[in-house]
Design a protein around this ligand. Structure first.
Ligand SMILES: [Zn+2]
Length: 366
C-alpha cells in the first residue's frame, strides 16, 4: 500500500475505485488499531512510573487530558484499559487485532477473573457494545429495577448553563425508570439521554425523560387499563401500549396483522415499490422476521429493522411478480443497491431525481 497522503487527505481518495477505497479504509483501520494498542501500552507504562507528576499534573487522568489533549472519555478508556492490560496482556493483543475495542475492554475488565477471563474474552471477541453489555449482565446479574416516575428538579431560569441549548427536555422533565447510581456526574436538572441497559439475562432497565404531558397520559392510561394492569405497573402498561402500536404500524406497513383482513397501504409505499398483495406482504414480513434480507459476499446479513421496503428478486420491470418467492424485505439502502444492480446506477439516479425533484448527481460532494 502506498504511503498515506499528507496534504488534503480526502482529495486523492476521490480518484480511487470503490474496491480500492474500501481496501484502503480497512488497511488504515488496521494501522490505527496497532497504534491505539501502542498508545495504551505507553499510557500504562507512564502511569506505572507515575511520570505525570513530573509534568505538574496530579494524576494520569489529568496528564492525559491537560497535557496530551485527550478528551475525558478517551483518557478514561485508555487508562482503564492500560491498567487492565498490565494485569492481562492478552487484552492489548485483542485490541491490536480489532477483536475488542476500548469500550468493550473497559466494560468487561472489572468482571474478569483468573478463572473466567479466557472464556469470557473468547465470547466477547468481535461483539457489539450491546452484546458486551448483555455479557456483563450475565456475569454479574443485577436485580430488576423498580418502576419509578420521579420529578427532576426545576432548572433555575436565572442562570442557565450555556451548553444546554440542545438538551431535549429541561426544567420540569420527568424521569421514568430507576435513578442511576449517585456517582453519575450529570447535573440533576439536565435531562439524561434515554438508555436501555441490560440488568441480567433477558431483563433490561429502560430510562428516559418525559414531558409533563406524557406523564399525564400515562396516568390516564393507568386508570383506563386498571382491568388488565390492576397495580398500574409501568413496565406492563408501556409494554401493552407499545405492542398495540407496533401491531398497528406493522399491519399498515407490511400487512402483518393477524386479526382481521390486512389493509394494504399506498401511503407507505416508496416510489419504486409495486403493488404486492397484503397476504404476501404479511408472509414476507414474517418469513424475514422483520429484518433486511441483504447478505454480503462474506455471508453477513444486514441488521436493519427500520426503513424496510419490499424488494423484487426478479425485477418488476422484467416481469418479476409480487409473489412470496420473489419478494424480500430490504432496508432502503440495500433496496437501492439492488435496484442499481438490476437497472444500472444512472437509471436509478434519474428515478430518484424525478422522485425527489432535485438533482442528486449535481449535488456537491459532502
Ligand atoms: Zn439492509
Amino acid at each position: 500500500m502506498a504511503d498515506p497522503p499528507h496534504s488534503n487527505l480526502a482529495g486523492p481518495l476521490r480518484a480511487l475505485s470503490d474496491d480500492e477505497l474500501l481496501g484502503r479504509l480497512s488497511d488504515v483501520l488496521r494501522q490505527a488499531r496497532r497504534v491505539e494498542a501502542e498508545v495504551v501500552a505507553h499510557v500504562g507504562e507512564v502511569d506505572a512510573r507515575r511520570l505525570y507528576a513530573r509534568e505538574a499534573t496530579p494524576s494520569m487522568f489529568a496528564y492525559c487530558t491537560d497535557v496530551l489533549q485527550m478528551s475525558e472519555h478517551e483518557a478514561y478508556l485508555r487508562i482503564t484499559v492500560a491498567r487492565a492490560a498490565r494485569e492481562r496482556p492478552v487484552l492489548l493483543i485483542m485490541l491490536r487485532e480489532g477483536r475488542l475495542h476500548l469500550s468493550a475492554i473497559a466494560k468487561l475488565s472489572p468482571h474478569l477473573t483468573d478463572d473466567n477471563h479466557l472464556s469470557v474474552l473468547a465470547r466477547a471477541s468481535g461483539r457489539s457494545k450491546r452484546e458486551i453489555q448483555e455479557l456483563v449482565a450475565e456475569l454479574e446479574p443485577r436485580p430488576d429495577a423498580p418502576p419509578t416516575v420521579r420529578k427532576l428538579p426545576e432548572r433555575r431560569a436565572a442562570n442557565p448553563p450555556p451548553t444546554t441549548v440542545a438538551a431535549p427536555a429541561q426544567g420540569n422533565g420527568i424521569e421514568l425508570g430507576q435513578p442511576p447510581a449517585p456517582a453519575a456526574s450529570v447535573p440533576e436538572c439536565v435531562a439524561r439521554p434515554a438508555t436501555v441497559e441490560p440488568l441480567s439475562p433477558a431483563r433490561y432497565r429502560v430510562q428516559f425523560t418525559a414531558s409533563v404531558a406524557f406523564r399525564e397520559k400515562i396516568e390516564r392510561l393507568q386508570e383506563l387499563m386498571r382491568a388488565s394492569v390492576p397495580d398500574g405497573d409501568l413496565a406492563r402498561l408501556l409494554e401493552q401500549a407499545v405492542t398495540e402500536k407496533l401491531a398497528r404500524l406493522e399491519a399498515k406497513r407490511f400487512g402483518a396483522s393477524r386479526s382481521g383482513p390486512a389493509r394494504h397501504s399506498r401511503v407507505e409505499a416508496p416510489p419504486l415499490q409495486r403493488y404486492i398483495p397484503a397476504a404476501v406482504r404479511r408472509a414476507v414480513y414474517d418469513r424475514d422476521r422483520g429484518r433486511c434480507r441483504f447478505v454480503d459476499d462474506e455471508g453477513r446479513r444486514c441488521r436493519s429493522r427500520t426503513r424496510l421496503e419490499f424488494h423484487h428478486v426478479h425485477p418488476f420491470a422484467r416481469g418479476g411478480r409480487g409473489s412470496l418467492e420473489n419478494i424480500r424485505l430490504m432496508c432502503r439502502a440495500h433496496n437501492s443497491l439492488a435496484a442499481e444492480r438490476d437497472y444500472g446506477a444512472g437509471h436509478m439516479a434519474r428515478v430518484r431525481r424525478t422522485a425527489s425533484g432535485e438533482g442528486l448527481v449535481s449535488r456537491p460532494p459532502p
